[in-house]
Design a protein around this ligand. Structure first.
Ligand SMILES: CCCCCCCCCCCCCC(=O)SCCNC(=O)CCNC(=O)[C@H](O)C(C)(C)COP(=O)(O)OP(=O)(O)OC[C@H]1O[C@@H](n2cnc3c(N)ncnc32)[C@H](O)[C@@H]1OP(=O)(O)O
Length: 181
């Protein structure tokens, strides 16, 4: 059992539904097992969060993972605006969903988002790089509790967004190739 060494933001957004129950274990990072994905999802080029074939996608770029914390960078594109020149909040929530999803899959099981909670702490301009990271707070049966944050301009830059999520483990059949376009 490990506790991610993360310089966490104070007072996360987690509600009772995204807070692990007392005693929920934080598993060792298992690493994504290729047998779990078997060509379905992992590195999927059509993914809106990270795929290279999604024309207006976020194209999150993973920069590494260690001690249960996955890191990535996201450059806000013009296509991601809400107010002029600023990232749309839903787009930022999508970036956090992707990050929490990666942190969940690092546990070595297949997870989907059941619930996602997001705090928007400051506006993020088009062209800015958001430095993202996410980690697991605990696993309770099929439920995994994830948390993450994004900072502007540098890994220790000002915080712009943070999120907490409940992810639920699903069988392989959840991701059938028939659903992929
Ligand atoms: C680095 C690695 C890369 C590899 C690639 C990775 C790609 C990753 C890409 C990531 C992309 C980003 C990721 C994405 O975008 S994933 C896409 C967005 N998410 C979905 O499409 C999920 C849709 N929902 C479902 O399929 C089902 O509803 C699920 C599977 C979630 C549950 O239906 P199922 O019938 O199977 O189970 P259950 O209903 O018995 O629930 C089980 C337990 O969970 C609890 N519960 C459920 N929902 C909630 C809720 N909202 N709040 C609180 N609790 C909730 C529930 O109470 C129960 O608890 P308990 O009674 O047992 O205590």
């Amino acid at each position: 059992m490990t506790t991610p060494s993360v310089d966490r933001l104070p007072a996360g957004p987690a509600s009772s539904r995204t807070t692990p129950p007392p005693g929920a274990a934080v598993p060792e990072e298992a690493g994504p097992d290729p047998r779990l994905t078997d060509g379905v999802l992992a590195g999927y080029a059509g993914c809106f969060g990270c795929g290279e074939e999604s024309p207006h996608g976020l194209r999150l770029r993973r920069t590494g993972h260690a001690d249960g914390v996955v890191r990535a960078e996201y450059v806000v594109q013009r296509a991601h605006q809400g107010a002029p020149g600023l990232a749309h909040g839903g787009v930022l929530a999508t970036a956090m969903d992707e990050m929490l999803g990666w942190a969940a899959w690092l546990l070595g099981r297949r997870y989907v988002t059941g619930r996602l909670e997001t705090d928007f702490l400051r506006p993020v301009p088009v062209g800015a790089t958001l430095h993202l990271r996410a980690w697991c707070r605990g696993v309770d049966g099929r439920k995994a509790y994830l948390e993450g944050e994004g900072r502007v301009g540098a890994p220790d830059g000002p915080p712009a967004v943070r999120a907490a999520g409940l992810f639920v483990e699903v069988p392989r059949e959840h991701f059938t190739k028939e659903r992929m376009n």
